[in-house]
Design a protein around this ligand. Structure first.
Ligand SMILES: Cc1cc2nc3c(=O)[nH]c(=O)nc-3n(C[C@H](O)[C@H](O)[C@H](O)COP(=O)(O)O)c2cc1C
Length: 351
């Protein structure tokens, strides 16, 4: 399967761009566990051309994570072209255009999925960027603005005619945002009307979901977003299954903790102790699913910054807290309020 200039001997399993999630540390964690292509979170074209430090930081990439796409958004042709050129100087493997963000701030202002309502402007932006860059351009979009304007078939053909080299489709409308079920059949309809590779996206959280999406939509690859939270193994698990028909075992708690600590280490390395540790707050619960009373551990970790201190706290907590296999009913009751207070005291001890 060819994706832009890249060749895969299997349907690529791709990490979705996710704001405040797919930073360098998270991307490396997924890459090391089999993600075939990773993306930066979307970056504002206006911020890029104004040289805003935060925007430039979001585009920092490492060779280890290749192939990688930088994703940009905006709705002004000149700004988008200028921003795309700046992003291209950082030598990503592809430049991706966001035509899918549903937020009021972005879509409401006419960017992201807002451009599904102005296909001529979308076409102008896409063609201008493709013509201005010497790296492949891809795009990510939704099925349409709302149920009564499902224009993905026309949009997909129009984007292909502009020269994009792959298209990712999230099987929802803008109005749905993240509600309801992603419509994989409709992604499949769009796949039929273009020759470029189509990557299917939406509601893939298990290996079997990925297999079913490939079956139903006949897409060339699968992009996974929320299903990667605390679960970067989903990439190698899916690829192994597609190759052999066999399921890899789920990671043990020890393996989960090991990867959580690797993630923490990278986060601190790239963002410094304070910010790196703080930003890990949103990931702890995902890695430690099944650990009883994990909320007390999360609360205690909030004030900690050093890697060694956090590691020791996590390990001590886990050795006493108990654990229920994810998916199984808890064997024991959660702690009562008193026990919880004791648990917090215990944490204070180890901290
Ligand atoms: C927290 C979060 C941030 C997101 N940020 C972006 C983004 O920056 N660019 C983008 O194209 N999509 C973004 N998305 C959408 C995802 O890429 C993906 O299309 C969506 O989550 C559906 O896939 P999933 O069901 O596998 O999560 C974001 C989604 C989430 C949950």
């Amino acid at each position: 399967m060819k994706f832009a200039h890249l060749t895969f001997d299997h349907p690529p399993i791709v990490l979705a761009p996710m704001e405040d999630v797919t930073d360098l540390a998270f991307r490396l964690i997924c890459k090391r566990r089999g993600a075939d292509i990773v993306y930066t979170e979307f970056v504002s074209s206006e911020a890029i051309i104004r040289d805003v430090a935060g925007a430039l930081a979001k585009m920092k990439l490492l060779d280890e994570e290749r192939p990688i796409g930088i994703q940009i958004y905006g709705n002004k042709v000149e700004s988008m072209v200028e921003a795309a050129k700046i992003a291209a100087q950082l030598k990503p493997d592809v430049l991706d255009i966001n035509y899918g963000c549903p937020s009021k701030h972005v879509a409401g202002g006419g960017a992201g999925s807002g451009l599904l309502r102005t296909p001529e402007l979308m076409e102008n932006i896409t063609r201008s960027i493709v013509n201005a860059l010497d790296i492949p351009v891809t795009a990510k979009t939704r099925l349409g603005w709302c149920d009564s304007s499902l224009n993905i078939l026309e949009i997909a053909q129009m984007l292909e005619s502009c020269g994009i080299q792959a298209l990712t489709i999230h099987g929802r409308t803008r109005t749905q945002k993240f509600k309801g079920q992603a419509n994989w059949e409709m992604i499949g309809e769009a796949k039929k009307v273009v020759k470029i590779p189509v990557i299917g996206n939406g509601d893939v959280v298990t290996v079997d979901d990925a297999r079913r999406m490939l079956d139903i939509a006949k897409v060339d690859g699968v992009m996974i977003g929320r299903g990667t939270y605390g679960n970067p193994w989903i990439f190698e698990q899916t690829k192994h299954y597609l190759k052999t028909g066999e399921m890899l075992p789920e990671p043990t708690l020890e393996e989960r903790v090991e990867v959580l600590l690797e993630h923490l280490d990278l986060s601190i390395k790239f963002k410094g102790e304070r910010r790196g540790a703080l930003e890990m707050g949103k990931h702890y619960g995902n890695y430690l699913k099944g650990v009883r009373n994990v909320k007390y551990l999360k609360a205690a970790l909030r004030s900690m910054m050093g890697y060694a201190e956090i590691r020791e706290t996590i390990e001590k907590f886990i050795s006493t807290a108990g654990y229920d296999e994810p998916g199984e009913a808890p064997e024991t009751e959660q702690l009562s309020e008193n026990e919880a207070i004791n648990s917090e005291e215990n944490l204070a001890e180890v901290a």
